[in-house]
Design a protein around this ligand. Structure first.
Ligand SMILES: [Zn+2]
Length: 321
């Protein structure tokens, strides 16, 4: 572990014991940066909870290596690859125990590697932080229009989160309530009344010039808005939308290739064609048309061509008046 109170720039690793078929007494080394400036708030920024999402990790590592601590107010604790074994394997879940890092919070100090890392974040890092930023993308199976995600929580925390989201300047800011919210890092942070900000910055298991640019520039502006830097930059407006109930997600009925009929982030009307499912191994099935369940914006499309039965193929976010 590194000293979180040391002035200036510190980097190092936090080691977690692991025992696998390949390595009986393995030390999983989780990269960590801590930047301390003049007295001020603490922001924890994490990426790589899922190993097949790349914009957040790259933006965090870039920030750690370019920010001048002489200009910094407060402290930034930066974890670009929280689930480092998944990141280096390119997998969503932890290879060693098959767990989903963002479904095991608050964690378990006596559990498997994923549960112990979650417990360490809950017990050690969240209590010393005023703001927690958890950067995700869609992973292999989903592709999101770059978005900041916010939960609707009462009080000052929501005001700060909205300001930070506006400063980030992603094309969309999405109000969301996940069905699995209780086992995410968000629940740990929000129970303490602290500011929680998440994102979906792309997906498909790839990283593009557009998405990494949104992520790196947005993270810098967000850190400034949270009180750490004095920078003024003109922002692209971020459209405020609401994630609909999961009942309205368009889901693949069976294995097929989904071909979108519109671009990610495009406006849609109820009944508009969102895309077609193609059954390429059959001559007795014509392409199936999928239509928008309501007006809104195509916030998410299938991340890969081939989709399996039950995969999400499109989500239409609702406008917020
Ligand atoms: Zn994720």
């Amino acid at each position: 572990m590194i000293a979180l109170d040391k002035p200036g720039f510190v980097s190092g690793y936090v080691s977690f014991h692991n025992s696998t078929d390949l390595s009986a007494w393995q030390s999983v080394r989780l990269p960590i940066y801590c930047l301390n400036g003049r007295p001020g708030p603490t922001t924890l920024v994490m990426g790589g909870l899922h190993g097949d999402e790349y914009e957040g990790p790259v933006a965090i590592e870039s920030l750690a290596n370019t920010l001048d601590t002489d200009e910094l107010v407060g402290r930034l604790i930066l974890l670009p690859a929280v689930n480092v074994t998944a990141v280096m394997a390119g997998t969503r879940l932890t290879p060693d125990d098959g767990l989903n890092m963002n479904r095991v919070f608050p964690g378990n100090p006596n559990g498997s590697i994923t549960q112990r890392i979650a417990d360490w974040i809950t017990q050690t890092l969240v209590p010393v932080s005023d703001h927690v930023v958890d950067l995700h993308s869609g992973g292999r199976s989903l592709n999101f229009a770059p978005s900041i995600l916010l939960h609707e929580v009462p009080g000052e925390a929501m005001k700060v989160a909205k300001l930070a989201a506006t400063a980030f300047g992603a094309p969309f800011t999405v109000l969301i309530h996940e069905d699995h919210a209780d086992v995410m890092i968000d629940a740990v942070v929000e129970k303490l009344g602290k500011v929680m900000i998440a994102s979906e910055l792309g997906g498909s298991g790839i990283i593009t010039h557009q998405t990494v640019t949104v992520a790196t520039q947005g993270l810098l502006r967000m850190v400034a808005a949270l009180g750490h830097l004095s920078i003024q930059k003109s922002l692209a407006p971020s459209r405020l939308v609401r994630m609909p109930s999961s009942d309205t997600y368009l889901v693949s009925d069976e294995a097929m290739v989904f071909a979108p009929a519109l671009s990610l982030g495009a406006p849609v009307r109820q009944g508009d064609t969102v895309g077609h499912g193609h059954f390429l191994d059959r001559v007795d099935c014509r392409p199936r048309t999928y239509t928008a369940p309501h007006d809104g914006w195509a916030i998410c499309l299938a991340g890969q061509g081939l989709t399996r039965r039950g995969d999400v193929i499109a989500i239409v976010a609702e406008s917020v008046q």
